[in-house]
Design a protein around this ligand. Structure first.
Ligand SMILES: Cc1cc2nc3c(=O)[nH]c(=O)nc-3n(C[C@H](O)[C@H](O)[C@H](O)COP(=O)(O)OP(=O)(O)OC[C@H]3O[C@@H](n4cnc5c(N)ncnc54)[C@H](O)[C@@H]3O)c2cc1C
Length: 607
């Protein structure tokens, strides 16, 4: 299909990328300045009124290999991950990752944000200044009258149309029983240390009537703003910079969406400002294609240097994740029954959702979590590789967890490649990995694969943290009454004769009061090898256009201006200068809101 758009030659503001932060900033500005013309160019397809973007349980559609709503970014092979090339996908549609993500509601610690000021010099980005923006964006249906939550913002947060599956309940019950120092809480998102070491049923970015709280439907489609044009299938190649000023962008109609569109390069001018909001996996690539980046990287791709900004794409960060798939008794309700379209489950779920948004289609199957910060005894278990990181980074920051343990009630993969069983997947997401990667262009072609390295497990402390947390997850899961065994090939292969190896063969739950497994050095080595062969990304890529001083590797200043170019900003999850412990949707939302405030002020108004 050829692209149907009519795009004017000039707008006041042009956005490269119509994802989470981009849609929010553009929508807030369009509403506040009715005379301002705003264009958003989004490379992915429209999401309007499509069930796979509205029904949370339908998210499996985006996991399928041929899904056009995801862009698969493949890393270079690395010895640290067993020589594998990792697929770190990113949302590729209007609404970006907010339209395809797993809907788990999670917020950073206050110190994660305060570090951006105290360590990286970004005035205006402290927790005190940002928390009101978290509050402004949400309607917290999960509980009334909670401090630091909002009750009239665009994005609804609740437990979804399906509050807690039986298997999730078991996870909480067993966790509470064997982790006596980690009690139950009804809130683990209050920005403080009170959120740590507590088991909780977590709310989701889902309204209580079972609908995904994406930004496309809640900031754009429902607003009908006549001065805001969001064009799908428009792939931005580069920002045009003339005499040090960004004056517009060049784009092509994305052939992955509009297959028969001619590939001629089009130009749209920006009278006031260009905002790059293409996400952490694409914003640095747009800058580099525009001639903004490290000199040798630009020259290698035959691109004229417009501004030498060596920090572009330099410090890729993420949360590496360790997934632990287990089989559960078929009598339990799991998302696998829905995802493989078991006729009875699908029919019931459809009826329930059509009636009032309830049932399995009203959840993502991600319902429980505990944010783990090790006790002194546990620090000893973590061993000498982790201790220096504890002393240097964690010890004096009591609101920072090391890792969070959560669980998906289902194995989220192409179901046609799986046996027709019921699974649960506990997983550990490492909060502040020491490992770093990079993301650069390898060519000037906007469709070309980038030069990407995740950096995962290149620091021994990260391996130690994952090894420790894997054992913790296993101790809980093997005691759950629904447990029917580990999915063999997806767990460590221990040396013959070790107690851990015997346990791997178990197909029935372990008594709750059984002693914890002990692991030999050889067992630990088996876990490390398995980690390297299976570690993956939580898909929380960030930091590739960091907001830091220029001489410390920064790409943008605290007003989000790209160093060395006028009228050009970056606004998305590529700008955090350091990691946060939480998932990153809440962060993208607050960056979108903050960017709107900054730009509104520069335009002589306020939001
Ligand atoms: C599968 C998945 C599950 C996740 N689960 C959770 C979760 O449960 N909870 C949570 O808090 N976070 C989750 N996240 C992360 C979170 O959703 C993202 O970090 C956040 O939404 C990113 O927002 P952003 O604005 O930085 O980028 P995006 O939302 O990705 O926006 C960037 C947009 O730019 C577009 N674009 C890219 N290149 C170009 C170009 N050249 N021209 C034009 N357009 C372009 C992209 O298509 C995209 O729409 C998940 C992410 C993924 C991928």
């Amino acid at each position: 299909m050829a692209a149907p758009h009519f795009i004017q030659p000039e707008y006041d503001l042009v956005f490269a990328g119509g994802g989470t932060a981009g849609c929010i900033t553009a929508s807030r500005l369009a509403a506040a300045f009715p005379n301002l013309s705003i264009l958003v160019l989004e490379s992915g397809p429209t999401t309007k009124d499509k069930k796979e973007h509205i029904q949370p349980g339908h998210l499996i559609a985006h996991v399928l290999p041929k899904a056009k709503t995801m862009q698969h970014v493949i890393s270079q092979p690395s010895e640290h991950v067993g020589g594998r090339r990792l697929d770190v996908s990113t949302g590729h549609c209007v609404g970006g990752w907010s339209s395809v993500n797993w809907l788990y509601y999670n917020r950073p610690s206050a110190s994660d944000l305060d570090d951006w000021v105290t360590e990286h010099g970004n005035e205006g980005w402290s927790s005190k200044e940002l928390i009101p923006l978290f509050v402004k964006a949400e309607t917290y249906e999960a509980a009334p009258n909670k401090p630091n939550h909002g009750y009239d913002g665009p994005l609804k947060i609740s437990f979804g149309g399906h509050r807690l599956l039986e298997v999730s309940k078991e996870f909480l019950e067993v966790g509470l029983e064997i982790e006596k120092d980690r009690p139950r809480a009804d809130e683990i998102n209050d920005f403080t240390a009170n959120s740590l070491n507590r088991f909780a049923n977590v709310p989701k970015w889902i309204s209580s009537d079972g609908r995904r709280s994406d930004v496309a439907h809640h900031y754009v489609y429902n607003k009908n703003l006549s001065n805001l044009s969001v064009m799908d299938g428009c792939l931005v190649n580069r920002v045009v910079v003339e005499n040090g000023v960004a004056t517009g962008v060049e784009y092509v109609f994305d052939k992955r969406i509009y297959e028969s569109s001619p590939q001629d390069v089009r130009l749209v001018k920006a009278r006031k400002l260009v905002v790059v909001a293409a996400g952490a996996m694409n914003s640095p690539l747009i800058l580099e294609r525009s001639g903004i980046g490290r000199k040798d990287i630009l020259e290698r791709a035959d691109i004229r240097v417009v501004a030498e900004v060596p920090g572009v794409g330099h410090d890729y960060q993420d949360h590496s994740v360790c997934l632990m798939p287990y089989i559960v008794d078929p009598s339990y309700e799991t998302m696998n029954k829905l995802w493989r379209k078991d006729p009875a489950t699908w029919e019931t779920a459809t009826q329930q959702w059509d009636k009032n948004g309830s049932g399995l289609l009203g959840t993502s199957g991600l319902e429980v979590a505990v944010k783990l910060r090790p006790s002194p005894d546990e620090l000893a278990e973590l061993g000498p590789d982790f201790l220096p990181v504890w002393n240097e980074f964690f010890r004096d920051r009591p609101d920072k967890p090391m890792i969070w343990l959560s669980m998906i009630v289902g194995l989220p993969a192409d179901q046609s490649a799986l046996p027709p069983l019921d699974f649960i997947v506990p997983f550990n997401s490492l909060n502040y990995p020491r490992s770093r990667g990079h993301l650069h262009i390898a060519s000037a072609d906007p469709y070309a694969e980038p030069d990407f390295q995740s950096g995962f497990l290149s620091h021994p402390a990260d391996v130690a943290a994952h090894r420790w947390a894997y054992k913790k997850g296993h101790e809980i899961t093997r005691r759950m009454p629904s447990f029917r065994g580990a999915l063999g090939p997806a767990h460590p292969t221990y040396p013959e004769g070790s107690p851990a190896a015997a346990q791997m063969a178990a197909q029935a739950p372990t008594p709750i009061d059984a002693p914890k497994l002990t692991y030999s050095a050889a067992d630990d080595e088996a876990i490390d090898t398995w980690l390297r062969n299976t570690i993956w990304s939580t898909l929380h890529s960030l930091g590739t256009c960091a907001m830091k001083p220029f001489n410390k590797g920064g790409v943008v200043d605290p007003q989000l201006n790209v160093y060395g170019v006028k009228n050009l900003k970056v606004a998305d999850v590529s700008i955090p200068p350091s990691n946060v412990h939480s998932n990153t949707y809440s962060l993208a939302v607050v960056i979108g809101e903050k960017a709107a405030v900054i730009i509104a002020k520069e335009l002589g108004g306020s939001i």
